[in-house]
Design a protein around this ligand. Structure first.
Ligand code: EPU
Length: 434
């Protein structure tokens, strides 16, 4: 087990290159299984979630070759198995994208209920509703999802909530259904558009991705292609907040500034200077931020995956800020950790009221999940003294070379192995001779 040790108080300055988008990569790697062919995917982030997805794709028979650390070639001609081992699905929520992909490729899939970050209940009713609309027979129990289709038939699917996962899953299946599928109230996240672009490169016929109505005309065959994944909006946002929070000056490269609009808008409200260029943004921090209220929303609203990082920044704001979480039921568990650093935050239902204080003080904390972990890193960077973060395997799920990138910007952060605690051996049993 490893932990991060951060000595706070250093301004971040310089340039950082953003990796490919995790949530696009997970959908696109699953989509590659749809072709009876070879695909080369570039700008794939080298992170734990991607390595698990690669392992899953191998388990169903694909041959996967790393050309370099960010380019993967997937030969899906040998895909033949339709069951994914539980041990892998439990480690990755996006493993359920293989349901849509395997339905499209082989007509059936058996996948254990997926794991992932714990933000309260994470239902899959909209995925099931979408598959059933295409004529798929689904049997679920608390442990397994079993999906079987003959010829899937295109249909109209209206989602009751805006859901990224179900939009991805239904797109993956519908590209091989007969006729037209119309998804209404679809998610509009940049990674939905990226997935649609990849599938269209493979020969699919998808229109409207990025709006709330996606139209998919099914095709008989998809072919392999070469495709480069978009930059990670949330990694970029995390570095933007880290730069702002340390009063730094950082050029964040390989980004799509349009995808960062909602994050930039809030940072500007806090008094941060943002310069937008074609494929980079420069973030220039100031002293304590001005207070700011945030409500998380599906894209193009403020992303829930930036909520813990922004809340952390606002702990040192001048004034009181209110953050409302409208996507997940329970995404404030990290607040207990922030309070160990001295933050003043009160959680009331799905809102956090943050009373800004002049500074945080370093302390031992834990990464409760991926973005909560990113928030702890930002907290450590701004806190006075030393912050130790345990359970950083959550952070490794989604941030490539985080220590290296932050160190290059002047942060003091190291990854340290925690030795297993020494436990006395079980004493030998001595015969009772009394
Ligand atoms: N929902 C339902 N029924 C469903 C599916 C979702 O009610 O069948 C609800 C959820 O409970 C939630 C809302 O819809 O309240 C949105 O869930 P969504 O399906 O959009 O989330 P997801 O696909 O499970 C993805 C990202 C998350 C990100 C959310 C929201 C991936 C692999 N994960 O999750 O990313 O928080 O969208 O934007 O794309 C992260 O990267 O740290 C992360 C957690």
């Amino acid at each position: 087990m490893d932990k991060f040790v951060i000595r706070g108080g250093k301004r971040l300055c310089g340039e950082v290159e953003i990796s490919g988008a995790k949530n696009a990569a997970l959908a696109i790697l699953a989509a590659a299984v749809l072709a009876d062919d070879v695909s080369r995917i570039e700008n794939v982030p080298n992170i734990r979630d991607v390595r698990i997805m690669v392992q899953i794709i191998k388990e169903i028979g694909a041959t996967v070759r790393y050309i370099n650390k960010n380019t993967i070639e997937i030969d899906a001609r040998t895909v033949q198995f339709t069951t994914i081992p539980d041990a892998l699905t439990k480690r990755l929520r996006a493993s359920y994208y293989l349901i849509g992909a395997m339905l499209g490729r082989l007509g059936k899939a058996r996948v254990a209920m997926p794991g992932g970050c714990n933000f309260g209940t994470r239902p899959i009713d909209q995925h099931i509703k979408g598959f059933e609309a295409l004529g798929v027979r689904i049997v679920t129990d608390s442990a397994v999802i079993d999906a079987k289709a003959g010829q899937m038939i295109g249909s109209e699917v209206y989602f009751d909530v805006v859901t990224v996962g179900a939009t991805v899953n239904v797109m993956l299946a519908a590209v091989k259904a007969r006729g037209q599928t119309i998804i209404e109230n679809a998610a509009k996240e940049p990674h939905i558009v990226d997935l649609a672009n990849f599938l269209n490169f493979m020969g699919a016929d998808i229109r409207g991705a990025g709006t709330d109505i996606i139209k998919i005309r099914g095709v008989d065959k998809l072919v392999g292609c070469t495709y480069s994944i978009i930059p990670d909006q949330i990694e970029a946002g995390t570095f933007m907040v880290a730069a702002a929070a340390t009063g730094g000056d950082v050029l964040i490269k390989n980004v799509t500034p349009k995808h960062l609009d909602s994050i930039s808008a809030k940072l500007i409200e806090c008094g941060v200077t943002i310069e937008e260029h074609d494929d980079c943004v420069r973030v220039i921090g100031r002293g304590r931020p001005m207070k700011c209220n945030i409500k998380t929303m599906p894209h193009p609203g403020f992303p829930t995956d930036m909520q813990p990082q922004m809340a952390t920044y606002l702990t040192i704001a001048e004034g009181t800020s209110i953050i409302s979480e409208s996507v997940w039921d329970n995404r404030f568990t990290y607040v207990d950790q922030l309070m160990r650093l001295g933050a003043s935050v009160q959680v009331e239902g799905k809102a956090a009221i943050i009373t800004g204080i002049p500074e945080l003080k370093g302390a031992p904390v834990r990464a409760d999940d991926l973005r909560a972990g990113a928030a702890m890193v930002i907290a450590g960077l701004i806190a006075r003294g030393e912050t130790e973060i345990e359970d950083i395997h959550h952070i490794d799920r989604g941030y490539e070379d985080l220590v290296e990138k932050l160190t290059a910007l002047g942060a003091s952060i190291e990854r340290v192995s925690i030795p297993d605690p020494v436990i006395d051996p079980i004493p030998a049993v001595t015969a009772n001779v009394g």
